[in-house]
Design a protein. Structure first.
Length: 256
């Protein structure tokens, strides 16, 4: 069984294509045909496109997409497995190129993405090694240790506002969590977690800041808050029970 809820609205003009695979069959909407182009020009304004593509395989996967805007606002969700949840909310104004891509595999991954601004890009790739204890269980939030506050797979909660921001999150294993909030201009965050029970809590605001976090092992924690301009933080942890708590405020600061 599979659930897909998809909605798209454009201030000027929007075209949406949704592809959903079930038991080897593919269905296309009328907008997905060749005789219906994605681009239109209205009142001599720039070409605009609002596109959303969802492809799901497996059981109990859920995708929700809400898009409003002008220019190229594209969201692609590809889920393969069981009990994966993907939520994307993109809003924009004139001159926006928002792109959000979520690819999840395995059991019980969760992605919640919200973007507002210009030329923002969010890419989330999660692959869960968690195993469902009961094939008839509808609970998306059950873990092996019965902790209902965290999901069995990997979780990404991302909020991005501003201009030219980019966030890339790749998680493998299970029970890894990424909570990211980014505001400002020309900021970039890259988080890669591999193992079990790793947590990254990142908040970044300002201009031209960059944060790179790579954690490998189990139960590692990174808590980073950065505010200012031209700052850079690089954290790499390997092993178990490592913890990094970094707060940086000002300009031209660097932590390695």
């Amino acid at each position: 069984m599979k659930k897909v809820v998809l909605s798209a609205a454009a201030l000027l003009v929007a075209s949406m294509a949704m592809a959903q695979q079930n038991d080897g069959r593919r269905q296309k909407s009328n907008d997905d045909q060749k005789d219906n182009p994605r681009f239109e020009r209205i009142d001599d304004k720039r070409e605009v496109e609002v596109k959303s593509t969802v492809l799901q395989k497996g059981d109990k996967n859920s995708s929700t997409v809400f898009q409003i805007g002008n220019d190229n606002i594209i969201s692609t969700v590809d889920q393969d497995g069981k009990a994966n949840i993907a939520k994307i909310d993109q809003q924009g104004e004139d001159g926006n190129d928002l792109t959000s891509t979520v690819e999840q595999e395995g059991y019980n991954n969760y992605s919640d993405i919200e973007q507002t601004g210009e030329n923002n890009t969010i890419t989330v790739d999660q692959e869960s090694s968690a195993v469902s204890r009961d094939d008839d269980d509808d609970d998306h939030y059950k873990r092996d240790d019965d902790d209902d506050d965290r999901i069995a797979g990997n979780s990404s909660d991302i909020e991005q506002r501003g201009e030219d921001n980019e966030i890339d999150v790749e998680q493998e294993g299970k029970e890894n969590e990424s909570d990211i909030e980014q505001r400002g201009e020309d900021n970039e965050i890259d988080v890669e977690q591999d193992g079990t029970g790793n947590e990254s809590d990142i908040e970044q605001s300002g201009e031209d800041n960059e944060i790179d976090v790579e954690q490998d092992g189990e139960d590692n924690e990174s808590d980073i808050e950065q505010d200012g301009d031209d700052n850079e933080i690089d954290v790499e942890q390997d092993g178990e029970d490592n913890e990094s708590d970094i707060e940086q405020d000002g300009d031209d600061n660097e932590i390695d």
